[in-house]
Design a protein around this ligand. Structure first.
Ligand code: PLP
Length: 432
């Protein structure tokens, strides 16, 4: 037995049965540099999933390593947030300024799930209501409340939901009530849906609508630009808050904008962030209107949220993103990939849709000429990409979507290299 086989056997023996591992032969990543990882199989791969969009600026970035090492050399890895932490305050100032939310407050957590829990706590206390509007096909995390607002079967809570949740239609263009509509009709239909849900499924005093500008786990599904703005007009009639879950969409990943919400001509009341901000170090949080954030009823803190190591990494990562204008790079390299895919395999019969913006791109695979999800074809493309030297993600409501979220430092050559691998994999899979 090789050491990887041994590790796999031990993993299976000790980890929960529902924890997935990618690939028929699971990988152990042993080192990384730039956009590439080397695995215990001895091969080096172009990493287009980046630890699920967490390795935002790439592997082995000296600026980030040095910032973390500087903090480690002080001998202090942790102090708890009961003491002043310089890096935490500095990062909060930057995030508050970048958020676009006037007089914003920032609360740090360790994960996106916790950030959404905190946002729900703030919104429900501020509005004195436990009613939440959520969107089908969404994913917001693994806690009771976060699963309760997740409209995705594989993540739905089978237990009691602490919130009363009503569901809006998703913007999936291949199926569902809003599918195949033009942008204006789509927005109008979504507004009608919201009004109907408010009138028929709620008691009126709803706390918040939580939505992802681009549904991440749901397969990088996004509504037309302006959708959130149109919905917010309705929410504002009765003071319902908008929570923008930017766990996957923040920090310039979508190319055109720094935050996903900015495509919608609206400013959310609360915004949750996680994933890329620590470039792999666990860091997340909520930024939002001071009056809403401050509404949490008791003194509350997070033991590890905003700790000195994570916030040192967070500051270095955010500075790197801004100093290198990685948002523009995401737009540029993402366009090479998206346009190339559309040109070369857009009319392949197993390709249902190529979508996304910036470096958040997806390919939905379907049975030839239909909108029926094709999971076996998806797996074939997924494994063929690995064989070709490219790691991508899987997802979507039916697990038939390949997702690409490489580090925002991707070069144009790397985008073309990945494009070739993807095109070959799709052609092979459709011929099989
Ligand atoms: N929200 C969104 C949009 C996510 O994609 C995720 C994770 O994938 C979460 C929340 C939960 O974040 P975490 O896994 O850090 O708890």
């Amino acid at each position: 037995m090789t050491s990887t086989d041994d590790l796999l056997a031990r993993h299976r023996a000790v980890m929960p049965s529902w924890m997935p591992l990618y690939y028929a032969e699971p990988l152990e990543i042993v080192s990384g540099s730039g956009r590439r990882v080397t695995c215990s199989d001895g091969r080096t791969y172009l990493d287009f999933f980046g630890g699920v969009l967490t390795t935002m600026v790439g592997y082995d970035i000296p600026e980030i390593t040095e910032a973390v090492e500087r903090q480690l050399r002080t001998g202090v890895a942790h102090t708890s947030t009961l003491y002043l932490i310089r890096a935490q305050v500095e990062l909060a100032e930057k995030i508050a300024r970048l958020s676009g939310i006037p007089d914003a407050r920032v609360f740090f957590t360790n994960s996106g799930t916790e950030a959404n829990e905190a946002a729900l706590l703030m919104a429900t206390n501020y509005r004195r209501s436990n009613q939440i509007l959520a969107v089908r096909n969404s994913y917001h995390g693994r806690s009771y409340a976060a699963m309760g607002i997740t409209g995705h079967r594989s993540w739905s809570s089978s237990s009691l939901n602490p919130l009363q949740v009503s569901w809006l239609h998703s913007s999936d263009r291949l199926r569902g009530l809003l599918s195949r509509l033009g942008a204006d009709e789509h927005v109008d239909a979504a507004v009608d849906d919201l009004r109907e849900v408010l009138a028929t499924q709620t008691a009126g005093d709803v706390a918040a609508l939580i939505a992802e500008p681009v549904q991440g786990v749901g397969g990088f599904v996004a509504g037309p630009d302006g959708l959130f703005g149109a919905l917010k007009k309705v929410l504002d009639e009765t003071g319902i808050l908008l929570i923008s879950d930017e766990v996957q969409t923040g920090w310039g990943r979508t190319g055109d904008h720094f935050w996903g919400y900015q495509a919608h001509g609206v400013v959310p009341d609360l915004l949750t962030f996680a994933k890329g901000i620590g470039n792999g170090y666990a860091l997340a949080g909520v930024v939002g209107r001071a009056d809403v954030v401050n509404e949490v009823p008791a003194i509350s803190f997070s033991t590890f949220g905003g700790n000195p190591i994570s916030t040192a990494a967070g500051n270095a990562t955010l500075d790197y993103v801004l100093d290198h204008d990685l948002q523009a790079n995401a737009a540029r390299t993402g366009a090479i990939l998206r346009d190339g895919l559309r040109e070369q395999v857009g009319d392949n019969p197993i390709v249902g849709e190529i979508r996304g913006r910036g470096l958040m791109l997806a390919i939905e695979l379907v049975q030839p000429g239909t909108t029926v999800p094709d999971v076996p074809a998806t797996l074939r493309v997924f494994e063929a990409c690995r064989q070709g030297g490219l790691l991508v993600g899987k997802g979507g409501l039916y697990n038939n979507v390949l997702r690409m979220g490489p580090p925002l430092t991707l070069t144009e050559d790397e985008a073309r290299e990945a494009l070739d691998i993807l095109v070959n994999a799709i052609r092979e899979a459709s011929a099989a």
